[in-house]
Design a protein. Structure first.
Length: 312
């Protein structure tokens, strides 16, 4: 009996020791995670929750925290009567519809050409990728010179073709948004090419060789092998580009400032104007949550479509 009691005490002490050691290890782990956790709470969770609260409030940023006044759904009701917000949404949709599919199509064509038919692939990768990592100020300066109404190379070329009254581009409300779209496609295509090239390198060459033996044409190889196997890459690019297209701000702010006559304003620039120019932080927060809902629904719809394609 005494031997059994001693054995039980020893086993119990060992189990308690293991429990204490596991608690100490867990505590050390949480201590290592604490700085990151605090940073996430302070920099992500708290701003999101505070923004949600502000969307139901009226707050002049200059007045301080004490000036926050709860107004319910008034800010959201105002959104659908605000012509500037509706114009920004319209411009954002146009920007997204043109930049995302056109950029992806051009990137896919160039990636296939570089992957299969071009020597010095590394050079072309770098050449196309440089605009993506270049300073926005440098890009803006270059394109501002290119778009100059009278002395810019683009209009000089158009006038040499006999066009006496070429577009004013950034200074024309009919062309300002198109001008920004052209810059966005040009600047972002390098990133998309690199992603597509990574996807192309994962396609086994044996599949193309087998197709050649069966007499498949280059078009059939592209449509029956390349495109289907690039499906995950295309989905990834589409979702990331879709989200980033609704967050465009810097290009608009630097090139046109949303003008002329709000012809190139977008939803994030509208948030900036309401929050940091008009100091209406509550209304700006409501616009932010509208943007969140739009991006979330668009992303969810894209995922569902991709799941159906994989299922079928």
């Amino acid at each position: 009996m005494e031997t059994n009691k001693l054995a039980n005490r020893t086993a119990g002490g060992a189990a308690k020791s293991r429990w204490n050691n596991s608690k100490k290890e867990a505590l050390v782990g949480w201590l290592f995670l604490a700085p990151e956790f605090v940073g996430i709470v302070l920099l992500y969770v708290f701003p999101v929750l505070f923004s949600l609260y502000l969307s139901f409030s009226e707050w002049n940023l200059v007045g301080g925290i004490s000036s926050i006044k709860f107004v319910g759904l008034e800010n959201f009701a105002k959104l659908f009567d605000d012509e500037k917000v509706l114009m920004a949404l319209k411009n954002n949709l146009i920007y997204t519809v043109l930049t995302v599919p056109v950029g992806m199509l051009l990137a896919l064509i160039l990636a296939v050409l570089i992957h299969s038919r071009v020597y010095g692939k590394s050079y072309f990768k770098v050449a196309f990728f440089i605009p993506y990592i270049s300073s926005l100020v440098a890009l803006g300066a270059v394109w501002s010179a290119l778009y100059h109404p009278s002395k810019g190379p683009i209009n000089q070329f158009l006038m040499s073709l006999g066009i006496t009254d070429p577009p004013k581009w950034l200074a024309d409300s009919n062309y300002s948004l198109l001008s920004i779209i052209i810059i966005a496609i040009w600047a972002g295509i390098g990133y998309q090419i690199v992603i597509y090239l990574a996807g192309l390198t994962n396609i086994p060459e044996e599949m193309y060789e087998a197709a050649s033996i069966d007499g498949a044409s280059p078009w059939h190889k592209f449509t029956k092998i390349t495109l289907p196997l690039l499906g995950p890459t295309t989905s990834f690019l589409f979702i990331t580009l879709l989200m980033s297209s609704f967050k465009v701000f810097d290009l608009v702010a630097f090139m046109t400032g949303g003008g002329p006559n709000d012809s190139s304003t977008v939803i994030v620039f509208r948030i900036y104007e309401e929050g940091f120019r008009n100091f209406k932080m509550g209304y700006a927060s409501a616009i932010s949550w509208l943007l969140f809902a739009i991006v979330g629904l668009a992303t969810l719809a894209t995922w569902q479509l991709q799941k159906r394609k994989v299922h079928y």
